[in-house]
Design a binder for this molecule. Structure first.
Ligand SMILES: Cc1ncc(COP(=O)(O)O)c(C=O)c1O
Length: 393
């Protein structure tokens, strides 16, 4: 690879640990058959690998029943299953302004069909107050759904407090763990979670196209799809029991093999150690950027309850232009714009200036790369400051 500094880990982790590529290749070559559909050895091997990964993921989320871990394409797919599978016309749902479009757009579609939607804001540090959600709960509230960690401002929401409050109110609580799974502890039991939607290709270090949903015992999600499950084919309806209930058709065996390798890599290093490395670099990055005149950061100083995702802007320049300069002049890849979370920008006012520049740090990023990124923003900000001077063109 070139000298590229890849700071777009919030979009997808890249590169993956070598084992992910190796195991996808070797498993798919050796046993890439339809799992659980027949009794021959390879089929059993593929089925066992899928179930082993189910068990590992359920364990990562503190779930008691691996069968309630259902595989799908990604977090968007899983969130659609939850939202359309729980909410009906006349129901009320509470969510937040920190959500990604994978929640906002399904909720918008549901609102056109008679579902009442309330979105609560976050505070000046980027945190949602559980009390602001509690105040919205009413007799027809069926669901609260919250983005655990923001892909724009990096804040980790107090899901345990929100979960406890929802449990007491008898409302289902679902989280979008796209940015947190694999880097922030998640525990279905301890944090009072009813559904956890995850995507495999970010901090879980797996490939794209694999994700899913853990659903706690006692929470039932209506079928919004139906199809083959490979077992009890004579039944006219889609099977009601988990995991079949929320799995449809042939699973992504190659993706699951890669996700298993990603998980093994995380477990062997320790999630805490990976997070500590990323947050150490986030600290250096934040302090370095904060010291550059003309840089506006959208995160608190302390970086408490935070993931290694930082957003900022440079005076006098569009976020998109900063991204282009980083790419062309400095070989740094990042994301600019609204990051599929438009209401975060509406709340912090960056919607009017076409969003922000986002740096996302992954496990293979080094301090030297972070220092280069800070120096690059230093140079770009100097140009921005000249442009911003009165009378400058
Ligand atoms: C907070 C959040 N939710 C949901 C998603 C959607 O993930 P996927 O595209 O893998 O479904 C993303 C991805 O950017 C995200 O950051």
């Amino acid at each position: 690879m070139s000298n590229l500094i890849y700071l777009d880990h919030a979009a997808t982790s890249f590169p993956k640990p070598p084992e992910v590529y190796e195991q996808m290749d070797s498993f798919y070559r050796r046993a890439g058959v339809n799992p659980g559909r027949s009794g021959y050895d390879l089929c059993m091997e593929a089925g066992a690998m899928v179930d082993e990964t189910r068990t590992m993921l359920a364990g990562l989320f503190g779930g008691r029943d691996p069968d309630r871990l259902c595989f799908g394409y990604n977090a968007t797919d899983a969130l659609n299953l939850v939202l359309f599978g729980i909410l009906r016309p006349g129901d009320h749902v509470v969510s937040t302004l920190v959500e990604h479009n994978s929640v906002l757009r399904p909720l918008h579609h549901l609102s056109r069909d008679g579902v009442e939607v309330d979105l609560v804001p976050f505070d000046a540090d980027g945190f949602v107050d559980p009390d602001s959600i509690r105040k919205k709960i009413k007799s027809n509230t069926r669901l609260v759904v919250v983005n655990h960690a923001s892909n724009v401002i990096g804040t980790v929401q107090p899901i345990r407090e929100i979960g406890r409050m929802c449990r007491e109110a008898g409302v289902v609580f679902a989280i979008d763990s796209s940015q947190s799974a694999g880097t922030v502890p998640i525990d279905v039991e301890e944090q009072f979670l009813d559904a956890v939607a995850f995507t495999g290709h970010k901090s879980l270090l797996g490939p794209m196209g694999i994700g899913g949903l853990y659903v706690r015992e006692g929470i039932e999600i209506r079928h919004t799809r139906a199809g083959g499950t490979g077992v009890r084919s004579i039944e006219k309806s889609h099977l009601p029991e988990y995991p079949f209930r929320l799995e449809y058709g042939t699973p992504n065996v190659c993706g699951i093999a890669g996700l298993r390798a990603g998980l093994q890599w995380i477990l062997s290093r320790g999630m805490g150690a990976i997070n500590a490395h990323e947050m150490k670099l986030a600290r250096i990055l934040r302090d370095g950027l904060a010291a550059i005149p003309g840089v506006t950061l959208y995160c608190q100083e302390a970086l408490e309850n935070h993931i290694a995702v930082l957003s900022f802007n440079v005076v006098g320049l569009d976020a998109g232009d900063v991204g282009t300069m980083l790419d062309v002049d400095h070989d740094i890849a990042c994301r600019t714009g609204l990051h599929c979370a438009p209401l975060v920008h509406v709340q912090i006012g960056t919607d009017k200036i076409r969003g922000s520049v986002r740096f996302g740090i992954g496990p293979f990023i080094t301090e030297e790369q972070i220092q280069k990124a800070i120096a690059a923003i230093g140079e770009i900000a100097e140009l921005g400051r000249r442009r911003a001077r009165p009378g400058a063109r």
